[in-house]
Design a protein around this ligand. Structure first.
Ligand SMILES: [Zn+2]
Length: 303
């Protein structure tokens, strides 16, 4: 699966610059630097759905304050791209949007940079203290780590692998389920986190069985692609699998309903609005679309 909405990073991350002690001073003083302000995990966008990039001086922040909140995202021939995590935004005439809501409509450059920015900022928010000694940590490596001064240890942003799978039966039907916390009618492909010490393939087989009672054949698993999902820290790894059984029986309480759909049954349920498919920004949408075979009408999907 290509061009997944949040997996369209096009800019050089220029990781070799992160350890340059002057990276921030050089970027902050440059006319070529473009800044993405992040506020409560949201990004500023125009009415035409492009990200609002600003010049460093327009933020009216002291360089020392900005340095403590700056994340280096990458660089191309024209620009250096940074994000600033900010409590008070001070930007006029912008809309604040979640990547979940606008990610599929942004340009590849904008969404790639914004996805890394949101993932990093979310990690910083929750990792202000050293896990060994409890002391407050400080931002390091141009925003790509945090350091504890008392014993020189460094923490790095974690990504949590999760699998998502389109399970098909031998008649070509797809297995969709509703999580307990979702409203009536919201169904999606099965998904779950990879556990400690587990392979992703084993997680597919385990989660499908726990959530649906369906057995899938390991040799039928086909890896289709991945997409970062920084809400808060997942990487979704997508598979297709063929079931060797069809009797649905839930073994945990994560799901309230799981059922098989043929293409015709899916169309009928979506047209009747008794079924709402996942949002186009999600990898689940793309999995379902690749099973369906042609474009899925957006009116069948959640916003
Ligand atoms: Zn420490």
């Amino acid at each position: 699966m290509r061009d997944l909405p949040l997996a369209r990073f096009t800019i050089d991350r220029a990781a070799q610059l992160r350890s340059n002690p002057l990276w921030f001073e050089q970027a902050w003083a440059s006319q070529a630097t473009r800044v993405l302000v992040l506020h409560e995990r949201k990004i500023p966008i125009t009415a035409e759905l492009s990200v609002v990039w600003v010049k460093p001086w327009s933020l009216k922040m002291s360089a020392s304050d900005a340095k403590e909140a700056a994340l280096f995202l990458g660089a191309d021939a024209e620009h250096t791209y940074i994000a600033i995590m900010k409590d008070e935004v001070g930007l006029a005439d912008v809309n604040w949007a979640s990547l979940r809501d606008v990610g599929s409509q942004l340009s590849a450059t904008d969404v790639g940079l914004a996805t890394s920015a949101v993932a990093l900022a979310t990690w910083h928010e929750g990792h202000n203290f050293c896990p060994s000694c409890g002391q407050r940590t400080t931002i390091a490596m141009a925003g790509w780590s945090r350091k504890c001064a008392s014993h020189e240890t460094e923490q790095y942003p974690r990504t949590e692998p999760a699998m998502i799978v389109a399970v098909e039966d031998t008649a070509g039907r797809i297995l969709l389920g509703r999580r307990r916390e979702w409203p009536q009618g919201w169904l999606s492909t099965l998904a779950g986190f990879v556990e400690a010490g587990e392979s992703c393939e084993a997680a597919v087989i385990r989660e499908v069985y726990e959530e649906s009672g369906i057995h899938v054949d390991l040799s039928s698993l086909r890896y289709l692609g991945s997409q970062p999902w920084p809400f808060p820290a997942s990487l979704m790894l997508a598979y297709r699998a063929i079931a060797t059984s069809t009797q649905v029986e839930m073994h945990d309480d994560e799901m309230t309903e799981v059922q098989w759909f043929s293409r015709a049954e899916l169309e009928t349920a979506c047209d009747a609005e008794t079924l709402k498919l996942p949002s186009p920004v999600s990898i689940a949408f793309r999995l379902i679309q690749s099973w369906y075979g042609t474009d899925i009408p957006l009116k069948w999907c959640r916003d």
